[in-house]
Design a protein around this ligand. Structure first.
Ligand SMILES: [Zn+2]
Ligand SMILES: [Zn+2]
Length: 289
């Protein structure tokens, strides 16, 4: 199993005095180890997804644990089979997850472990579950009964949060892929006047680790070449979405083959072949590749 690749997903909110220096440094370390993936570093911390062999990831975790700012991170690990990233990107960004609005991180929601989240579902708790991810993520998999603010980019949330027609005193439970978006989203909810706000700690990834056949139905969208995970579990095999062409049940994402489109869309294998990987808009334009 020596060529088995795993993906680490992680973040930490921590004050970084010189994030641009840290970015340069980090890039050297990661390429030195031989990792691939995407890491963002800013004044507010670090947010990363890196992939590599077991031993390479072990080296990286050791480096991180010894680092004065990045110690103590809880890494979320999922299997990838083959390398899902083309290269190693380490970038400075003003935010490690872009909300585009300053929120008071001391107001972030109370943490729910996957187990407590699961128990809330089991006992039919009176709560509103809000998916803080984007439309295309929600479309192929989500927690049972979850609603969403209808965003295509996370930074639309401050505007779109007004779409959530929820009593501000009701118990609200949010989740996202690995937890980072909820850190800011729940702080935003608090600022909007919501009083009883919780967030799923470690996100869908941590929940699925413990409950692959629990209350998360469908596939977990991921931002690498795997596109989705959880396809092997019973609940993961439930298909919630439809092919954009023929409307048959499908949760297979592809990038539109038209070079200036590249729209991510759901396309069954048959339609992919029939339309040469083009999205419905590109097909309408009768583009011949
Ligand atoms: Zn189709
Ligand atoms: Zn297209």
């Amino acid at each position: 199993m020596s060529n088995n690749i795993f993906v680490l997903l992680y973040y930490k909110f921590v004050d970084i005095a010189d994030p641009k220096f840290e970015t340069t440094q980090h890039k050297l370390v990661c390429t030195g180890i031989g990792l691939k993936g995407r890491i963002l570093i800013s004044e507010e911390g670090i947010n990363g997804t890196v992939a590599g062999h077991r031993s390479e990831l072990r080296q990286y975790v050791e480096y991180m644990n010894a680092h004065p700012s990045f110690g103590g991170i809880v890494f979320k690990r999922t299997p990838a089979g083959k390398m899902p990233f083309p290269k190693m990107i380490v970038k400075y960004r003003p935010e490690i997850v872009t909300l585009g609005k300053k929120v008071d991180m001391k107001k972030t929601g109370q943490y729910l472990t996957p187990k407590s989240m699961h128990q809330l579902f089991e006992r039919g708790e009176d709560m509103v579950v809000v998916d803080m991810r984007n439309n295309y993520e929600y479309e192929v998999g989500r927690f049972d009964g979850a609603i969403q603010p209808n965003t295509v980019k996370f930074y639309e949330l401050p505007e779109k949060i007004k779409n959530l027609k929820i009593d501000k005193n009701k118990k609200v439970v949010t989740y996202c892929t690995g937890g980072i978006r909820c850190e800011k989203a729940t702080a935003l909810l608090a600022e909007e006047g919501f009083t009883d706000v919780y967030q799923l700690e470690g996100g869908i990834v941590k929940y699925l680790e413990k409950y692959p056949d629990g209350y998360f139905i469908g596939k977990n969208f991921v931002f690498d070449e795997r596109m989705t995970t959880n396809g092997d579990s019973k609940s993961g095999q439930k298909v919630l979405s439809k092919c954009a062409h023929c409307k048959k049940s499908s949760d297979r994402y592809i990038d539109c083959a038209k070079p200036d489109c590249h729209q991510l869309f759901i396309c069954c294998k048959e339609c992919d072949k029939k339309h040469n990987g083009l999205c419905p808009v590109a097909v309408k334009e009768k583009l011949v590749l």
